[in-house]
Ligand binder design. Structure first.
Ligand SMILES: [Fe+2]
Length: 336
C-alpha cells in the first residue's frame, strides 16, 4: 500500500513542490505499482513449467522494485518540518542518535561529512547514500548503494538519500552537490531518531509521528487510496460520496479532481454540510491529507456522518495510478 507524504511539499527549504510531488507520484508511486504488478504475475506463475530466464527476470525486477519502494519511503519520511512548521534547517539529531553517531563516526560533524561526500560522489551516476544500523557489526554505517537492490545484508536503513537524477534535476539541473547540501537542511530528525530506536529494538511504533500532520488518529476515520479505489467500484448507497476540500489559497495548486467529487471551502462547512445524505459513506480528500481533510472529517463525524479522510490525499491517489478529471470549482463557495 502507498504511504502518504509526511512532508509539506509546498513548504520545504529550497526543494520545489513540483520536484517533490513528481518524485513521489511518478518514481515512488511507479515503483509501488510495478512491485504490485510483478507480485500479481508471480502469484499466478506455474513455477514448475516456467523457464528459468523468466523466473530470473521476474525475481530480479521484484527485488529492484521492492528496494526502490522501501528506500523511497525512508527518504520521504526523513524529510519535512514538525507539525505545521516548515523545516528550520537547524535541527540536529536527537540525543540518543547523536551519541550513536559520535560513537561510530567520532562526531555528528564527521558523520555528516562522510555521508554527504559519499552522496556527492554518486553524482553523474545514480544510487543511494544510506545511513543504516547493522546488528552484526554493532554500529551505524554509511552505506554506498549503486542501485535499489544494493544493501548491506541484515542492515536496517535509518536515512536514505536518493541520488538518482529524478530526485534533483528539475530544481538543480546537474548540480547534484547543491541538492545534497539543500536536502540536509530539510531533515526531520524526530522521525529519523524514531527509526533508529526501532532498528535497535528500543522503540515502540510511534504511529502518530508517521501520520500526516492533522490526519485523523483513529483508524476508522481514515481510508487508504487502495481501499477507496475498491469502494468506488460499488453501486448505489455503498458507493462513497466524494468531497474535495481546498483552502482558497491552495486553489492555484490544483488542476484535477476525482470523478464525481464536489468541491467545497472548508471554512463554510455549515453552509454545505446539511445537503449531504445521511447513511451514505463519505470520503473527504484534500491535496496531501493533512489538516484540511482531517479537520473536516472530525467535524462531520461529530455531526453523525460516516466520514473518512483519504490518507495522502489526491497526491497518494495519483501515485497509485488513480484516474482524475479536470478541476471543476463550480460548487466552491465564496469565502468572505
Ligand atoms: Fe527516487
Amino acid at each position: 500500500m502507498i504511504r502518504p507524504l509526511l512532508l509539506k511539499p509546498q513548504w520545504m527549504n529550497g526543494l520545489s513542490e513540483r520536484l517533490l510531488v513528481s518524485h513521489y507520484e511518478n518514481n515512488y508511486g511507479g515503483a509501488l505499482r510495478r512491485l504490485n504488478a510483478i507480485r500479481a504475475r508471480l502469484a499466478a506463475l506455474d513455477w514448475a513449467r516456467t523457464p528459468a530466464f523468466e523466473i530470473n527476470g521476474l525475481k530480479r525486477e521484484e527485488l529492484i522494485a521492492a528496494g526502490s519502494v522501501i528506500l523511497h519511503e525512508v527518504y520521504f519520511d526523513s524529510l519535512g518540518g514538525h507539525g505545521d512548521s516548515p523545516p528550520t534547517g537547524l535541527a540536529e539529531p536527537p540525543a540518543a542518535l547523536a551519541q550513536a553517531l559520535e560513537r561510530d563516526f567520532g562526531s555528528v560533524m564527521a558523520w555528516r561529512a562522510e555521508f554527504t561526500s559519499m552522496a556527492k560522489a554518486l553524482a553523474g551516476g545514480s544510487g543511494w547514500a544510506i545511513l543504516a544500523w547493522s546488528e552484526r557489526l554493532g554500529r551505524l554505517v554509511n552505506q554506498w548503494a549503486a542501485d535499489h537492490a544494493h544493501a548491506l545484508s541484515g542492515a536496517t536503513p535509518i536515512l536514505a538519500l536518493d541520488m538518482y537524477e529524478h530526485a534533483y534535476h528539475l530544481d538543480f539541473g546537474a548540480k547534484a552537490s547543491a541538492y545534497v547540501d539543500q536536502l540536509m537542511t530539510n531533515l526531520n530528525w524526530d522521525r529519523i531518531g524514531a527509526r533508529y530506536r526501532l532498528a535497535i529494538g528500543e522503540g515502540a511504533r510511534e504511529d502518530e509521528l508517521f501520520l500526516p500532520y492533522g490526519a485523523p488518529t483513529q483508524e476508522e476515520a481514515r481510508i487508504s487510496a487502495e481501499e477507496l479505489k475498491a469502494a468506488l467500484e460499488n453501486d448505489g448507497d455503498r458507493r462513497p460520496i466524494l468531497l474535495d476540500l481546498c483552502l482558497p489559497r491552495d486553489l492555484p495548486r490544483r488542476i484535477d479532481m476525482l470523478a464525481g467529487a464536489s468541491m467545497h471551502a472548508p471554512a463554510v462547512l455549515p453552509r454545505w454540510v446539511e445537503d449531504l445524505p445521511r447513511g451514505r459513506p463519505i470520503v473527504v480528500y484534500c491535496i496531501c491529507g493533512f489538516q484540511v481533510s482531517g479537520t473536516a472529517v472530525k467535524e462531520l463525524r461529530q455531526r453523525g456522518y460516516n466520514a473518512r479522510a483519504l490518507v495522502g490525499g489526491i497526491t497518494a491517489w495519483h501515485a497509485i495510478g488513480g484516474t482524475t478529471v479536470p478541476l471543476d470549482a463550480s460548487t466552491y463557495e465564496e469565502v468572505a
